[in-house]
Write a protein that binds this ligand. Structure first.
Ligand SMILES: *[C@@H]1O[C@H](CO)[C@@H](O)[C@H](O)[C@H]1NC(C)=O
Ligand SMILES: *[C@@H]1O[C@H](CO)[C@@H](O)[C@H](O)[C@H]1NC(C)=O
Ligand SMILES: *[C@@H]1O[C@H](CO)[C@@H](O)[C@H](O)[C@H]1NC(C)=O
Ligand SMILES: *[C@@H]1O[C@H](CO)[C@@H](O)[C@H](O)[C@H]1NC(C)=O
Ligand SMILES: *[C@@H]1O[C@H](CO)[C@@H](O)[C@H](O)[C@H]1NC(C)=O
Length: 740
């Protein structure tokens, strides 16, 4: 059970006992002691999950559930990997095909009956892969004009976000009623809500056109964001399917909105299912429905296609691509780990002028959809005098600050168990790193993620996101060629997580404005998990003129000063050093670095020079290839002071023998970790061992031999996504009920 819930329940028990016993028996000392004893017993049992397990069933997964999943897997995995075409859609396409005789249900039929209407995140991906495969075999080459239909309604289970536990009937809700439901005062009425005249059953009559910038309940927030996706959100410009191109590269495919699409009808899904059914033999359509689509088969078909054809796969560098076409993405140049000053130099005015120039010269002047056009159109006007509005919005949930860890559009819930958080961060970290590796972006781990890497090559258990930095040069590539790309990670050979994770690349509109300003746009880009709203924070570092205006005396210059003078912290605290001299020395150093164009910063007061970064060290993070700055230790010391030495943080202690962070409460006497027999800790160790032991070896040999990695060295996913674990529980339940 989730720790937070447990403590809440313990508190309730204690309160109830406190009220009943002491009040009734105020004067009788004996009863008083008995009540305390019972109180303790209850609290103890509650803490051990003996009492609450029958009082409260929760679906918060823990690592034991993953262990169960892994051990049960072989029995029914064929069923688990079936994604079903919903019968309602099949029936609307083939109204005269009646459902098969349901008197004698086979296991397959039984499962189909129970699961076909449930949202399966793998179905749409299987259909995309099938369309791509059909196009490839039909043309016997990659057709650059190939594209895929897209709608948010088909890819996410939006309708279920309109279903709430309370008795409130949401299907008639308009904007005014929404205010009541969300408990937002009329004065704060959001201009982003429009009432609709009608809506199909199960859908509220509201249309959100932007974020709900008001703190409200989880249910209200979910409704607003699902309504935004359904009615207003732009669709991604393209898909990037990692791992299904030749040699395991990625395939980039533009998207379009289907012509007959309205907000509700999922026309794209229907048309792809129709196309798919055409490729299926007619006589046994029902058999085929029960068999479902297996995403691993679809990946396999593509792999076989690439290996059986001699298509020369020419990779065109991103800067030579003018418009959106279907193409292979993969950098053949190899990965340079040595960065140049030019990767960081940036001048906003030059940048905008150059872009304008390119656009005016472009022969594609009549096709305003060229990548340069789009970029120029969507960045915030350079000459504007006002500050750009906040670009990224997070979920504003009443009574907690944790909403800030979720992109508002894809927000689902706030309470994820420890296991779930780690499993989601695991797949999102891997997907971002793989995408960056494929495109050849110069990016490396930063902040908390760099610290997590330092300890054991994994996200730390209290992390809520991944932090990476990127060169200015690579950020521009990301903005121009990949803004609004939906990335699907299909690189794994292990099918457990295949098709579940989908991530939106969103680049802020003020990436060219490199000053901190009011601090609302310090994040340059995000890589967002659309199933949950978890994200990777991407910030560029650049050499800009703004450095000239810095004051070494300002509070925010702390890291800058440590970069200029590694002894700064000691000197500042020293009584023998005259502060004015210290600052004037720092100022001289700053001037030198500035003249040398060797001082780079993000928009949030973090400073680096080329020697800090060069050469980037290739390594593994969460089991896949990543890079860290050469002087990671110095960087971490500047940012977190003693964090490299502190074995204890945020309620956790790092146990060296286990190589993981363990809650202080567990095995509290065993700080080394060689006498800890807690079941969950042992499981966690078992699953992380492959990654942490590689990391340990790497850290030991760091200065002896340079290590390089290829994708063959990567580890298979270590955690299984919550969706597939829950699906497997359902599959098991329905198989059992069909047998007995
Ligand atoms: C983990 O989940 C299993 C299965 O749901 C449950 O029996 C067990 O008590 C949970 N463990 C903890 C510590 O919550
Ligand atoms: C379906 O059946 C009805 C009645 O039997 C018939 O009128 C109709 O043409 C059929 N539709 C198709 C698509 O075969
Ligand atoms: C709500 O409206 C009042 C009055 O205009 C304003 O003072 C307040 O800041 C608003 N609150 C929020 C959260 O927008
Ligand atoms: C299925 O049947 C339809 C009409 O009955 C026909 O047009 C189509 O070609 C058939 N498909 C296959 C794969 O046999
Ligand atoms: C990225 O795309 C979004 C949506 O079209 C747009 O608002 C934003 O300004 C774009 N960012 C850049 C840097 O072009």
């Amino acid at each position: 059970m989730d720790r937070w819930r447990r403590s809440k329940l313990v508190l309730i028990f204690a309160k109830i006992l406190g009220v009943i016993f002491p009040l009734k028996n105020k004067t009788r000392l004996g009863y008083f002691f008995i009540s305390i004893a019972i109180g303790h017993l209850v609290v103890y049992l509650a803490a051990k999950d003996v009492l609450v397990s029958w009082l409260y069933h929760d679906d918060y997964l823990n690592i034991t559930d993953m262990e169960d999943f892994e051990t049960k897997l072989p029995i029914f995995q064929d069923y688990l990997y079936r994604s079903y075409v919903p019968y309602s859609i099949f029936n609307s396409l083939y109204p005269n095909e009646t459902n098969a005789d349901s008197k004698t249900l086979s296991v397959s039929q039984h499962l189909y009956e129970n699961l076909n209407q449930e949202h399966d995140p793998r179905l749409i991906v299987s259909l995309w892969l099938n369309s791509l495969y059909q196009s490839l075999t039909h043309n016997n080459k990659l057709n650059s004009q190939f594209s895929l239909p897209f709608s948010w309604a088909s890819i996410l289970d939006l309708k279920s976000n309109f279903r709430v536990q309370y008795s409130t009937d949401l299907s008639n809700l308009d904007c005014i009623q929404f205010l009541g439901f969300a408990q937002i005062p009329l004065v704060n009425y959001t201009r982003h809500c429009q009432s609709l005249k009608s809506s199909p059953s199960g859908y509220p009559k509201v249309k959100f056109t932007g974020p709900l910038n008001y703190y409200t309940s989880i249910e209200a927030y979910k409704l607003a964001s699902a309504s935004y996706l359904l009615h207003s959100a732009p669709i991604p410009d393209r898909l990037c399917l990692l791992g299904v191109g030749p040699n395991g590269n990625a395939v980039n495919i533009p998207t379009y909105r289907a012509r007959h699409d309205n907000s509700y009808n999922k026309y794209d899904l229907k048309s792809m299912i129709y196309d798919y059914l055409l490729t299926v033999p007619n006589e046994s359509s029902h058999e085929f429905l029960y068999k479902g689509m297996n995403i691993q088969d679809q990946v396999q078909f593509l792999k076989e296609f690439w290996s059986s054809t001699d298509i020369e796969s020419s990779y065109i560098p991103d800067r030579l691509i003018d418009g959106d076409v279907t193409r292979i993405i993969g950098s053949t140049m190899g990965h340079s780990t040595t960065l140049q000053k030019s990767d960081f130099q940036f001048d906003a005015e030059d940048f905008v002028n150059e872009l304008k120039n390119k656009v005016s010269k472009s022969i594609e002047i009549l096709t305003p959809n060229s990548l340069d056009h789009r970029l120029l159109r969507s960045i915030y006007p350079f000459d504007s005098n006002s500050e750009p509005p906040k670009y990224f919005h997070e979920a504003s949930i009443l009574g907690t600050s944790r909403g800030a860890h979720f992109d508002w559009r894809f927000f689902q819930k706030i309470d994820y168990s420890h296991y779930e958080t780690q499993a989601i961060l695991h797949r999102i970290s891997r997907a971002w790193l793989r995408f960056a590796y494929n495109v050849g972006l110069n990016t490396w781990l930063a902040h908390g993620s760099l610290l997590g890497w330092y300890w054991n090559g994994l996200n730390m258990p209290w992390d809520q996101d991944l932090d990476v930095q990127i060169t200015m040069e690579s950020l521009i590539t990301l903005a121009r060629n990949y803004n609004q790309t939906l990335v699907v990670d299909l690189t794994s050979n292990n099918r457990e997580n295949l098709g579940i994770g989908k991530y939106l690349i969103d680049v802020g509109s003020s990436i060219h404005l490199r000053e901190k300003g009011n601090g609302e746009n310090i994040i340059d880009a995000r890589f967002i998990d659309i199933e949950t709203g978890f994200y990777v924070d991407i910030t560029a570092i650049a050499f800009t003129r703004s450095v000239e205006k810095l004051s070494v005396k300002h509070k925010s210059s702390n890291e800058l000063n440590q970069l200029l003078d590694p002894e700064f912290t000691n000197k500042e605290n020293s009584n023998t050093i005259v502060k004015e001299d210290l600052y004037s020395d720092l100022y001289k150093l700053l001037t030198l670095m500035y003249k040398d164009e060797n001082i780079f910063n993000c928009k949030n007061d973090h400073f680096y020079n080329l020697q800090d970064l060069n050469p980037l060290i290739p390594t593994l993070y969460e089991g896949v290839i990543a890079y860290v700055p050469n002087r990671y230790k110095e960087i971490l010391k500047r940012e977190y002071r003693k964090s490299l030495l502190n074995y204890e943080y945020g309620g956790y202690t790092f146990r060296p023998m286990l190589d993981i962070w363990v809650p202080n409460k567990i095995c509290s006497k065993d700080r080394i970790g060689d006498r800890c027999f807690d079941k969950e800790v042992l499981l966690e160790t078992k699953y992380t061992r492959a990654i942490t032991s590689t990391h340990r070896k790497e850290m030991d040999t760091r200065y002896r031999s340079p290590i390089t990695y290829t994708q063959q060295d990567e580890h298979e996913p270590l955690r299984v996504d919550p969706w597939i674990i829950k699906r497997s529980e359902k599959v098991e339940k329905f198989i059992k009920s069909s047998i007995y």
